[in-house]
Design a protein around this ligand. Sequence first.
Ligand code: ADP
Ligand code: MG
Length: 330
Amino acid sequence: MANLSEFDIIKQYFSFSRYGRHQSQGVLLGVGDDAAILSSSKTPLVVATDTLVEGVHFPSNFLPRHVASRALGVNISDFAAMGVKPTAMTMALSLPNNEPQWLADFSQSLAQQCEYYDIALIGGDTSRSPCLSVSLTLLGYTSDEAGSTLRRSAAQDGDDIWVTGSLGKGAAGLALLTNTISREEWPCDLAAQADLIESFNAPQPRLEFGVELLALANAAIDISDGLLADASHIAEQSQMQLTIQGDLIPLHQALLTHTNTQTTKRWVLSGGDEYELLFTASPLNAQVIKALSQSHQLPCHQIGRVAKGSGVKLLGRDWIESNAAGYQHF
Ligand code: ADP
Ligand code: MG
């Protein structure tokens, strides 16, 4: 084990955002002092934290660059679902050891993505722990003084229900990664398998799309727990009923070749780790949403309707059977 102190680790690996680059975003003081300072803004501040623990949120021996891409991806996804761009973050890192190669790979991946999404790492905490965990707190300002965001509670009677991208990939990727299903068993090509695994390793948050949806959608949530579970959060908080047509749910391409359709449907309905946006919008906005989907080259499918009532209703015989032992929708 190398002789890196906590201070060396912070200076060497986690000080990549501190050279004044982020002053325009309101970062007055970043990593290095007892606390960071952000200038105040006319618009409200949005804050979200997500923790990833080894063995719980990602398998043991997950590559360091994937720990970084997954931690950032799932956290940014929460902001995408609010329709807000994050500008800064803090990181609480618990490490079982201070291995320089691990730290270098983790830090490089984190820095690259912070650069890509234009997020400043402004502070955090580093400690030794028997178990690896990464907890990020993201901060961002709303685009208007009224503090407009997308909310789980805002679905309206008559709204269309939409989902971005395609589903099933998170659970399928994890099954392949953890060998719950063997790669030989899977009747799709290696490129498709790699694509599934990559979607688990490095979720692609729908941030730009979410920010644009702010003007078009009513309610939104990112699918982290599974389509039905997350739909039920919107139903409960909006006090509405969400009816989903099983046959309209977009399946990830690689799942279409899988012979066990019960398994794939279960992944689609109850598998988490999708990081797609589930949102509701007035039918009057359907054409604009389709145009947005085209301009962002992000497929977007209408999968159901919001109505007065409660809970999530799933339609389509095959789909209800697949869900028989799974999620309770009433
Ligand atoms: P203190 O002991 O006063 O809490 P620390 O040694 O924990 O100070 O932190 C020193 C500086 O390094 C602080 O500015 C803190 O925000 C930053 N820092 C510590 N750990 C991390 C990390 N994992 N990522 C980013 N910044 C960090
Ligand atoms: Mg500290």
